[in-house]
Design a protein around this ligand. Structure first.
Ligand code: FES
Ligand code: CO
Length: 348
């Protein structure tokens, strides 16, 4: 896992004035919204005896621990220990670290890292989100897989003909060849556009997504470090935060925009369809070994259709090479050619 990035970790709509546990990067955070609507984020662990603050209460913007009632204000300072006699000073160490948070594009983004504010990589730019003609839908999916494998799967154009041969890839199943494509590097991300021959796809959506009188349709896929992917198939746009929970678990939070069937009643059809497609991916991605995408670029074999996933792997390697590997949460998994790594390099 990587440090020094803003992580999209939860939908904005999920964070209210009630404390909410948010797992991320081998840790548990507690998030809540204060009376000004600002999202607060702390580790979900009371410094007194380690109880989960998310089981506690928010009172006047402060959070009160459920175990012995210690109360912490928004900067993390403990301002009350109920069992103390009046006048007894509060230990200085009774303090929570507050994590920087911002909200954009329907997600809460938490910064995890140790570089100064002016050096932090910016959030990606998603202008489509502001288009009021599009209907948006939030979806969530849990995988027993590492987020690196999921990012690569999301931007891999070559698997649909096989993994999704009975759904979105049925049109490609007979002709799985892909054209060579160019990669556009964009700061902390990259994208590629592919032109597909328009072929009839199985299922209900086909007659709505078909572009009449056109031989080709364009699909753009991209990623943005550390955990965002997007795809734009002209009438369906998808943003996904692959939230890294631990080395074996990822929760993907999807926001899908569509320009057809924009009525709310159609949401359930799209939920069902996305769930089917994700189930198809799940079987394969959870089978991959090693769990974590290799650090060494020569460990696995790359074909020309892997250009975009390979661009991700290269950018991730660059982050690891500049020392942005996560340090405090040491993974026991080896990911470099099966060799044992030094402690510093075991983390991704
Ligand atoms: Fe939180 Fe004791 S564990 S107040
Ligand atoms: Co897939």
């Amino acid at each position: 896992m990587l440090k020094n990035f803003w992580y999209a970790c939860e939908f904005s709509s999920a964070i209210t004035s009630k404390p909410q546990r948010v797992p991320l990067l081998n840790q548990q955070f507690v998030l809540y919204r204060n009376s000004q609507g600002k999202v607060m984020a702390f580790l979900d662990q009371c410094p007194h005896r380690g109880a989960a603050l998310s089981l506690g209460k928010v009172e006047n913007d402060c959070i009160r621990c459920p175990y012995h009632g210690w109360k912490f204000q928004t900067d993390g300072t403990c301002i009350e220990i109920p069992a103390n006699q009046p006048g007894v000073p509060i230990p200085k160490k009774a303090h929570l670290d507050a994590y920087p948070v911002q909200e954009k594009y329907g997600f809460v983004w938490l910064f995890w890292g140790d570089i100064p504010e002016n050096e932090r990589p910016p959030l990606p730019s998603f202008p489509e989100v502001k288009n009021p003609a599009l209907r948006s839908l939030q979806l969530e999916f849990k995988w027993n897989a590492h987020y690196t494998r999921l990012i690569e799967n999301s931007i891999d154009p070559a698997h649909s003909a096989f993994v999704h041969a009975n759904s979105i890839g049925s049109g490609m199943a007979k002709e799985p060849q892909l054209p060579n494509y160019e990669i556009y590097m964009e700061g902390w991300g990259a994208s590629a556009s592919l032109y597909y021959k328009q072929q009839e796809t199985k299922g209900f959506f086909w007659k709505f997504v078909r572009q009449k009188n056109r031989l080709q349709i364009k699909t753009t896929r991209g990623f943005y470090m550390p955990n965002i992917i997007y795809s734009d198939s002209e009438n369906i746009i998808l943003f996904v935060a692959h939230v890294p929970i631990d080395d074996k678990t990822t929760i993907s939070k999807f926001i899908q925009f569509r320009s057809f069937f924009t009525q709310p009643w159609a949401d359930q059809i799209f939920r069902k369809f996305n769930s089917k497609v994700n189930q198809e991916d799940k079987l394969i991605v959870e089978s991959q070994s090693p769990k974590i995408a290799p650090y060494d670029l020569t460990t696995e074999i790359h074909a020309s259709s892997d250009a975009l996933p390979l661009a991700y792997r290269k950018l991730r390697k660059k982050c690891l090479d500049i020392g942005w590997a996560e340090e405090p949460h040491i993974s026991k998994l080896n990911y470099m050619n099966g060799h044992t790594l030094s402690v510093e390099r075991q983390i991704i």
